[in-house]
Ligand binder design. Sequence first.
Ligand code: HEM
Length: 335
Amino acid sequence: MVKMALSVSTLMVFSLLSLAPLCFSQKSKGGYLYPQYYDHSCPQAKEIVKSVVAKAVAKETRMAASLLRLHFHDCFVKGCDGSVLLDNSSSIISEKGSNPNRNSARGFNVVDDIKSALEKECPGTVSCADALALAARDSTVLAGGPSWDVPLGRKDSKGASLSGSNNIIPAPNNTFQTILTKFKVVGLNVVDLVALSGSHTIGFSRCTSFRQRLYNQSGNGQPDYSLDQSYASQLKKNCPRSGGDQNLFFLDFVTPTKFDNFYFKNILASKGLLNSDQVLLTKSEASMELVKKYAENNELFFVQFAKSMVKMGNISPLTGSKGEIRKTCRKINNS
Ligand code: HEM
């Protein structure tokens, strides 16, 4: 039984790794991204995105977290190509219905608002994928996090991948090794994994994403003992054994709306909310060292977060004549 489980997971690791060269070779797709891409064609693009995001976040603080996550879910599936934004249609099976996104991914209306403001000023010029990359940066800054120049010039995809969304985006109950492998498949390493997980310094999780830890961590009816037991009792009040699946919990219960390094401090105190957060401390020496470093030094976290966001934003973009500039982020042109 154990042997079989091992061989299934080994098989998965190999099949994921075999996809790697397809996923992050930018050069093969014929171009590079750079921050000045719209300086002539739409000089106001960055300001337009920033002002729509600022309004949306002023209305609802959580929107910063939701937009940041949307960019991650875009980039991991077929690269940063706006695929996550496509609705179901006759030719598209939307990624919005995948396990990681269903009843969870949000911010699509704000992306619509950004896109229509961009279309008004510079019709047919700025891609949805770039708009989302800028929105993720602006969201981070608005929440108090670091800033960075966003390389631009991505085109939008003409398709989506439901299976990619289900299989490549890490799940909260994946093992550390599986999560790291999923990052490696898209060209990211353990440093990127730990720094980018720091996004969980803002935003919410639903009860259903961590319930297992409270009641039945490994199938024997026992809780996860790497979770602080008084914190666990608090969580149980609104995350019962059954029901309340959609109830919301802060990912960082100390400073839930501020982008800072409390996420890492919480993990050191055995108060990381998701299993995927806590395993960064408990399952790998390399990631444990990084968690400690970022908990100690906010500046170090910020510098690495910015670098890793640029790296994530570079995952196989469509450039040049590949892809299109969608008129509406929810559907491909001429459909
Ligand atoms: C390392 C693997 C990761 C796993 C397993 C993971 C998993 C999750 C889960 C389960 C949630 C809660 C969803 C829900 O219950 O509705 C969540 C929320 C969130 N994730 Fe991650 N995540 C990971 C990495 C990342 C990365 C790389 C980013 C961004 C760069 C990110 C940004 C966020 C944000 C900001 C939220 C809160 C969203 C909101 O409040 O709307 N996560 N993540």
